[in-house]
Write a protein of this length. Sequence first.
Length: 202
Amino acid sequence: MRNPHVDTIGHKYLEQFLDPMKLIYAVPILLVLMTSAQCQQTAEEWLYKGWTISEQSSANQPDKLDEAIKCYDEAIKLNSTFAKAWFSKGQALRGQFKHEESIKCFEEAIRLDPTAYNDAIRLENWVEKGNTLSYLGKYDEAIDAYDEAIRLDLGDVDLEWILNCKGDALDDQGKYDEAIQSYRKAATINPLSIDLSEKCRD
């Protein structure tokens, strides 16, 4: 036998759920939430597709990077604040020697999430920016970028790499004493590095 009390409770809940006024407010909220989740997921799918294509690229396949960049652009189109997509696009552009464009992407990735973004990715953003600026001969700006990476203080392995990059920029700038100081700091982290030992003697 059906319980009339249960039926009454169920009927009241059904009435509340089907209340037209409440549906007017509920439907747009649900649509926004669903659309946002779908866009983020799709943006990530485009990012992963770009990564896969980038890994397949080589000196004999320059068009692959064009394909990867299109994927990153699709991800950014769906989510313009997707810092990972900006960073990945910057790396691909750097691989095409489009350095000015790549710097803008690295800067955008840093701007979008300067503090809460994954520290390891933030460090790589700064170093990639520094390397690109150094290639363009903008050594002062490159050294500033390396110093930002050093301030993140993510451990000795990363610090050795950054100090080496900074030393190279100082050396290219003709600031040999400062360059050697940077190399020596890196050498204290990795005293077995033949490359650093030679640089410290120069």
